[in-house]
Design a protein around this ligand. Structure first.
Ligand SMILES: NC(=O)C1=CN([C@@H]2O[C@H](COP(=O)(O)OP(=O)(O)OC[C@H]3O[C@@H](n4cnc5c(N)ncnc54)[C@H](O)[C@@H]3O)[C@@H](O)[C@H]2O)[C@H](O)CC1
Ligand SMILES: [K+]
Length: 489
């Protein structure tokens, strides 16, 4: 996993990399620009569209000059818009790249930009070096960029956005943000989605181990990290090894939730899935998921189950006693979602009975109901950290870049997923997947890393086919393909 460090420490990260590898800071800037242009070329932008690159006087602007040169070489019609006046002192690497601009590139002042013309804007005005309140010219430059109707692509971070804090002033509204080395924390906050746009991470050759020097509890979970967290099974493995799980879900009119959770658990590899549900609804689930067994009363001995997932479609009325009995009878980590979370927020004393190491999966509204109102993501992350540490529980804050908050204090931002997953039943699928991995003997942390990443990837795979028509069942159908893509047998 990639550590997320504060923006002000990027200079130290770079300095250390330069010292240990012997490469120059200019080469690091060139790698950033090359990475940006590689992504750009993969997008297949129209070569006839003029590219207008707003460049500041710092290294973010330096990236912009280098990008201008490389895009010019690729055959794009590039203009550079200087966001500094004649008296400004450019950073040394920015100055080198400014001087390297080929003759064919038109260099203008930022206020000469004609927003009515077609094209693409690249925002290389301010990066992680932003400090304090924006100066008035900076605000005017940001306004100018935002007045443009076409595509805006921000380099490293949308100009004006503080790297680790909430946005309070003006900021470029990007369609894409191409960030270098690691995602800056603020790019992962839901309140900044409208300014960040789609997030792309470009590797500039800094190894994960180079982040060990820095203290941080925030991490980013990438595709390449996930195989490491999976258990390996062998040819003598039998269905007992793949876990027996109990899914406590469904009620009259809400059996779909139980079906989705059970199917997702089976598709994620569970050996045996039992559904605890009302007897009156049994035919629905037996027909929809013939692989699942049914149970209509809570068994006295729950130790035969390796993991329990509780909540989807369960209903709230009269169900708190059931939850309490399960907490008393089952001592291993379980997955708690949906209506079970609502029951907990209405019966806060029950929270202390939850088996240690369990996984709670609230979306933002459920989070506020359970932990109290939070006005922003930063406050939410802090609250979640306290909750997890003090109760020895794990919690997933669901949303774009869902955050895996662990009892040990780590907060891991997921990188997979798509807005097409914002559809009814998507959470029920996740509950089944998480319960399945717990039942297969994964630690709670590893079950979360794998469950959350695969769930997001399933959404991406399904979303590619069905776009906004994606439904939760499509995610289940895509689960096997997630194993293929990650090379997990
Ligand atoms: N390892 C990496 O990630 C690398 C990133 N690179 C890029 O470098 C920038 C950071 O560069 P830095 O020189 O430190 O700062 P900026 O260019 O972001 O900003 C300095 C620039 O901004 C002006 N400024 C600061 N505060 C304000 C304000 N409140 N109002 C107006 N103007 C302000 C200041 O005067 C300077 O002109 C990083 O984001 C990446 O893009 C490297 O290229 C490679 C390694
Ligand atoms: K920028």
């Amino acid at each position: 996993m990639l550590k997320i460090i504060p923006g002000w420490q990027v200079k130290l990260l770079d300095a250390n990399h330069i010292q240990t590898t012997g490469i120059s800071s200019l080469e690091l800037m060139e790698r950033a620009a090359k990475g940006f242009v590689d992504w750009w070329n993969g997008k297949g932008f129209d070569h006839s569209a003029p590219v207008n690159i707003f460049c500041g006087a710092g290294n973010n602007g330096g990236d912009g000059f280098a990008i201008a040169r490389l895009l010019d070489t690729s055959g794009f019609k590039v203009s550079v818009l200087k966001c500094f006046d004649e008296s400004a002192k450019l950073s040394s690497d920015a100055l080198v790249n400014f001087k390297l601009l080929p003759d064919g590139i038109r260099v203008m002042d930022w206020n000469e930009f004609d927003k009515s013309k077609d094209g693409i804007v690249v925002d290389a005005f301010l990066g992680v070096g932003l400090t304090g309140e924006l100066r008035s010219t900076a605000k005017a430059i940001i306004q100018k960029i935002n007045s443009f109707d076409g595509k805006v692509i921000s380099v490293d971070i949308p100009s004006g956005l503080p790297s680790d804090d909430l946005l309070s002033g003006a900021c470029v509204r990007a369609d894409f943000t191409v960030t270098f080395a690691f995602p800056k924390l603020s790019l992962l906050f839901p309140e900044h989605a409208a300014v960040t746009g789609e997030l792309i991470l470009v590797d500039i050759g800094i190894a994960d181990t180079e982040y060990d020097l820095f203290d941080s509890t925030s991490y980013y979970l990438r595709k390449e990290d996930v195989p490491f967290f999976h258990r390996k099974f062998h040819r003598f493995s039998h269905k007992g090894d793949f876990g027996k799980v109990l899914i406590v879900a469904g009620s009259e009119g809400k059996m779909g939730a139980a079906i989705l959770s059970c199917k997702a658990a089976l598709r994620s590899g569970s050996g045996l899935v039992t559904a605890l549900m009302p007897k009156s609804e049994r035919q629905i689930i037996q027909i929809a998921v013939p692989e699942a067994m049914c149970q209509f009363e809570l068994p006295t001995d729950l130790s035969r189950f390796d993991a329990i997932g509780i909540g989807p479609g369960l209903g709230v009325m009269g169900k708190s006693a059931l939850l309490e009995s399960i907490f008393h009878r089952f001592k291993n980590p379980m997955v708690i979602d949906a209506d079970a979370l609502t029951i907990l927020s209405e019966n806060p004393d029950l929270v202390h009975l939850i088996p240690k190491g369990s996984i709670l999966t609230p979306h933002l509204k459920e989070f506020d109901r359970l932990l109290g109102d939070t006005s922003n993501h930063l406050a939410r992350l802090e609250k979640a950290a306290d909750f997890c540490r003090s109760l020895e529980l794990n919690l997933l804050i669901k949303g774009a870049n869902s955050v895996i908050c662990l009892a040990d204090g780590r907060q891991v931002f997921n990188s997979s997923g798509t807005p097409y997953m914002a559809t009814g039943g998507s959470g029920d699928v996740l509950t089944g997947m998480l319960t399945s991995f717990l039942g297969q003997g994964y630690s709670s942390a590893n079950a979360m890393f794998c469950g959350v990443y695969h769930h997001g990837l399933a959404g991406e795979i399904a979303g590619e086919h069905y776009l906004r028509g994606t439904i939760a069942s499509d995610l289940i159908d895509a689960i096997p393909e997630t194993f293929v893509q990650l090379g997990i047998s």
